[in-house]
Design a protein around this ligand. Structure first.
Ligand SMILES: [Zn+2]
Length: 377
């Protein structure tokens, strides 16, 4: 049992001061009194919140989910902790059938063996998407909806990004959703118009992959999937708040309409945390400039080099939002859409914890009560 004292504890509703958090593998208590003879960490006025959850991350620090090796998964799990992330969904790319299956097999076999942030499952980004909105997904590998690609791995798949206008998607959702009702279908890399998107919500689509990016834009006479998502309170949406994928006014507009259906993700690629240069993403060259902007040869934005604590900083700088409401976008909300008991400072929840300062610099991280990062002294 340990205690963290001298903290501002971020709960879903408020920031508590003058209390300590007592935990072992789980959160035991928020208390004014600390039991005698237990190890105490003085956080010196930092914020303490539940660890962050990233639902959409390809890789960082030189490693990518599509490398399909235990070593790559370990690097991602260990490095992502530096952004305050304690659990994540490694995210696949639109690649050949064999490569996608190798990546899924690697995650299935090694997800419990990682030493840093926890692997919650997989976000399958494609390959059942619209080639006209492939973005940085390699359109050469876009495939017809086919359950046999993933049926050996359904137990680890949490989110599947699909373009609903693609032939056979409805049947695919029926079949997969019938067997694994907890899998979340997400509209993305799509040219669906407003009506087509609304129709897909009837089939069970409940999430939107990096809203605004790789889909139709807003238009007052010809609405697209964007307006359909904004108008339906059942649909949660990802935002890449790196100030590159979106103008910050879109953080504020989206938050006003979607509130606790907004989830900040990174969509980070292997170049994240590394220098500018040429990298690989889904078998394509990616050029990363000094500002961290990642693009394909033709200039298409290719994922990000964003870290989740930077996303919080960017969002907080642009939106009139309180700290508890902000932190929900990377804790309570992603946990809720995955149906997991995670993401809250509350008794009985896993002691996945992050200490950060007023500028969202990460100072210490605990996963299941174990210290994974500590720069407090
Ligand atoms: Zn992505």
């Amino acid at each position: 049992m340990r205690a963290i004292t001298g903290v501002k504890i971020v709960t879903p509703n408020r920031v508590l001061e003058g209390y300590s958090l007592i935990f072992d593998r789980k959160i035991l208590k928020i208390s004014k009194n600390i039991p005698k003879n237990i190890d105490t960490i003085d956080a010196n006025g930092l914020y303490l919140s539940a660890g962050f959850i990233d639902l959409h991350i390809h890789g960082l620090d030189g490693a990518d989910t599509m490398d399909a090796t235990k070593e790559a998964l370990d690097i991602i799990s260990n490095s992502i902790v530096r952004s305050g992330v304690t659990s994540f969904l490694p995210t696949t790319m639109t690649c050949s059938r064999d490569r996608i299956r190798e990546a899924l097999k690697n995650i299935l076999e090694n997800r419990d063996g990682v030493a840093g942030a926890k692997v919650l499952g997989v976000h399958l980004e494609g390959p059942f998407i619209n080639p006209k909105k492939s973005g940085a997904q390699n359109s050469k590998y876009i495939q017809k909806p086919d359950i046999t690609l993933i049926e050996d791995y359904l137990e680890i798949i949490k989110i599947v990004t699909v373009a609903p206008e693609v032939d056979g998607i409805r049947e695919f959702i029926d079949e997969v959703g019938g067997r694994y009702p907890d899998i979340l279908f997400s509209i993305g890399h799509t040219e669906a118009n407003y009506q087509e998107a609304k129709e897909s919500f009837k089939w069970g689509v409940r999430h939107a992959t990096h809203l605004f990016n790789a889909m139709g834009g807003m238009h007052h006479r010809e609405p697209s999937a964007v307006e359909a998502v904004l108008d339906d309170e059942r649909i949660s949406c990802e935002l890449i708040a790196d100030n590159i994928h979106l103008h910050p006014i879109y953080y504020s507009l989206t938050y006003k309409l979607k509130r606790d259906r907004v989830i900040l993700v990174t969509d980070a690629i292997r170049a994240t945390c590394l220098k500018s240069g040429v990298y690989e993403l889904g078998g394509q060259r990616v050029y990363v400039d000094e500002s961290g902007r990642a693009t394909l040869e033709g200039g298409t934005i290719a994922g990000s080099t964003l870290r989740l604590n930077e996303a919080l900083r960017n969002f907080y700088g642009a939106v009139d939002i309180s700290i508890p409401e902000l932190i929900k976008l990377v804790t309570v909300t992603p946990a809720k859409i995955l149906n997991l008991k995670l993401g809250k400072i509350a008794r009985g929840y896993p002691a996945d914890l992050v200490l950060f300062d007023d500028n969202f610099n990460i100072r210490a991280v605990f996963v299941d009560g174990e210290e994974r990062l500590n720069s407090l002294c």
